[in-house]
Every structure is written in C-alpha cells, then in structure tokens.
Design a protein around this ligand. Sequence first.
Ligand SMILES: Nc1nc2nc(S)n(CCO)c2c(=O)[nH]1
Length: 158
Amino acid sequence: MVNRAFLSIGSNIGKRERYLYEAIQSLEKHSIKVNNFSSIFETDPVGFTEQDLFLNMVIEIETEKNPHELLEICLDIEQQLDRKRIIHWGPRTIDLDIILFNEDIIHTKDLIIPHPRMHERAFVLVPLAEINGEIVIPNINRTVDILLHQINKTGVRL
Ligand SMILES: Nc1nc2nc(S)n(CCO)c2c(=O)[nH]1
C-alpha cells in the first residue's frame, strides 16, 4: 500500500540549507518519494527561544513504509546528520517530524500522529498550507487554512 505523509523539517545549526537538502536526499535513498516541498522559511525559535533562527519547510512524501518504519528512518537520518540531543528543545543540525500519515491517528509512546503541536506552530502550518491548505487534520477536524487563519489572528510571528 502506498502511503502519503507530510514531514516538517528544521535546522538551526551550521549550514542549515545544506542539512535540509541532505535530509531530503537521505529520504530518497530509503525509497521514499518526495512529491512536493514547500519554500524554506526562516523562523523564530518556539519553545526554547534562546537559540538561533531555524530554517523550516514541509515536504509531502509517498512511501510503502508504515509510520514506525518511517519514524526509524527519520531518527536514523538525524543521527547521520550529526544531530546531538544536548538540550531537549535546543539547537539541532536537523529535525524531521512526521506531522501527518494518511488520515491515521496514532498514539504510542514514541509516535503521536497528527503531530501534537502542529496546530499551534506557524513554522509547520504556513509551509504545509503552501503545498496543501485543504487537508483536514484528523482528530482536530479543521483544515490547515482555518488553523492558519486562527494563528494569523493571534499574530504569531513566523
Ligand atoms: N521555529 C522553530 N522553532 C522550533 N522549536 C523547536 S523545539 N523546533 C524543532 C521542531 O520540533 C523548532 C523548529 O523547527 N522551528
């Protein structure tokens, strides 16, 4: 079965664009097809704010892997690109988050889909809306565009 998923990718250390590019290349080496990708956005850090600006983007992929296999690949790519988890929410060379996987709702100790914070993160919603604003986010039952409007109303800076 061919699955459709959306990944949020971010980097705020070193050659940030290079890390984004290498992460996408690595996904393709794992027979994951990248069908669409957003622009790259420079964004203020959220959560742990005492760190450098991020570069963020969202990509749409096609894969026969299941969500847990995809998670393992994302974690492997983060290791390959020298991600060090020194401060939990701190700076990282690369971060690959699965935000949506088909219309699945998954709650396990190591994987929650839809990503539990995606609906409050402009650095996820804006790039996602750029490539597909009509998606209905399962469990929240709101389209990306409605959530984006709510975020814009709150004036959250990207
Ligand atoms: N702007 C921005 N802030 C962030 N805070 C964390 S943690 N992250 C890592 C993703 O969970 C980011 C990020 O990718 N972008």
